[in-house]
Design a protein around this ligand. Structure first.
Ligand code: TXA
Ligand code: MG
Length: 337
């Protein structure tokens, strides 16, 4: 298949809308990561997303809308908590899981009785949704298992020749995927940390439960609240080891060797004697989130075989960064002090 590179010009956005209306696949920028979009209400179009990504069929997709009212036909009820969260954080990097309506095809919801809905704040994403005239199902626009794309170049690396078009909207600002919260069970539960922090959610809802799989490995055979949590994720080709402790720099310097590299904070770089890629500043978890996926891809491009990664903290945006890194590391953590 020929993939077309589009810009965010008015004509190109119209073209993206037309392709989507006709059942095509178009990668679009959002404030979190690039999404691979299809008409969320057209089962056959959505099925092609799974094919292009090599994604397991039971992993449901997020449906993207361009106005709060668009949620109405997609869900069977809108709880007060959803209205309160939308008021506080939409448009933005928050996905709410709600009981779905009959309009959502099985392909989109992965056979579940619920659907994840998000109203992105990126102006190009909103413009494409409006041009398509339909809600768009969009997982991250990477091959299943690899780090999510935060630039059009990343999308091209993974999906060139497999989709109809890529709309280039520059680098994504948040850099990690949206926060996913379910409101479809009794207590609100955080399923995936992201651009909206646990602290922010609790400022609106009071106590929010954190699913065990957010910070821990899912035990073999355990049922995942969010099917995405059971799959291998964000993994570069290199073996990644999370190193926890104040002696990070000394530890890494004493483990130099062929193919060994560091994934570190910006400030660590000048102190290291081995090749490194940095992901943001030590005291700035937003910058860490913004740079993480690009850093993981660069380690692969540089041919790293073993990567010692700085273990981030788990509050604020740090929870989202830790959640992605620990999966990239296949849960391999080394405590050094
Ligand atoms: O920021 C984002 O959310 C990006 C951009 C493109 O919007 N999208 C994204 O989609 O990250 P994806 O498919 O890569 O991740 C969606 C996650 C998966 O872990 C999936 O299992 C979970 O959300 N999810 C979706 N619908 C769900 C549902 N009904 N119940 C539980 N989990 C759900
Ligand atoms: Mg994904």
């Amino acid at each position: 298949m020929q993939t077309k590179m589009l810009t965010s010009s008015r004509e190109d956005i119209q073209e993206a809308g037309t392709l989507l209306r006709q059942g095509g696949l178009v990668a679009i920028p959002t404030e979190t990561v690039y999404g691979l979009a299809a008409n969320a209400l057209m089962g056959e179009a959505v099925a092609r997303i799974f094919e292009a990504k090599g994604r397991p069929q039971d992993n449901p997709l997020i449906v993207h809308i361009a106005a709060f009212e668009d949620i109405q036909p997609l869900v069977s009820e809108i709880p007060g908590q959803a209205r309160a969260l939308a008021e506080a954080f939409w448009p933005g990097p928050l996905t709410m899981v709600l009981p779905k309506s009959g309009q959502i095809p099985r392909e989109t919801s992965g056979g579940l009785a619920t659907v994840g809905i998000r109203f992105p704040s990126h102006p190009v994403a909103a413009a494409v949704i409006r041009a398509a005239g339909t809600p768009l199902a969009a997982p991250s626009a990477n091959l299943s298992g690899s780090p999510s794309p935060t630039t059009a170049r990343h999308v091209k690396q993974d999906l060139w020749g497999r989709i109809d078009a890529i709309v280039d909207g520059g680098s994504c600002q948040v850099g990690v995927e949206s926060t996913v919260i379910t409101l479809a069970e009794g207590t609100p539960k955080l399923l995936r940390p992201g651009g909206i922090t646990l602290e922010q959610l609790e400022s609106v809802l009071g106590k929010v439960e954190v699913d065990h799989a957010v910070l821990h490995r899912l035990e073999d055979g355990a049922k995942a609240s969010s099917p995405g949590m059971k799959y291998k994720h964000y993994a570069p080709k290199a073996r990644v080891i999370l190193v926890k402790g104040a002696g990070y720099v000394e530890y890494v310097n004493s483990h130099a060797g062929k193919g060994v590299a560091a994934l570190c904070y910006q400030e660590d770089g000048p102190l290291l004697h081995i090749p490194y890629v940095s992901f943001g500043a030590a005291d700035d978890d937003s910058s860490q989130a913004q740079k993480l996926f690009d850093a993981l891809r660069r380690l692969d491009e540089e041919g790293a075989a073993v990567v010692y990664a700085r273990c981030p903290h788990t509050d604020g945006m740090g929870m989202a960064v830790y959640n992605r890194l620990i999966r990239a590391a296949g849960f391999e953590v080394l405590s050094i002090d």
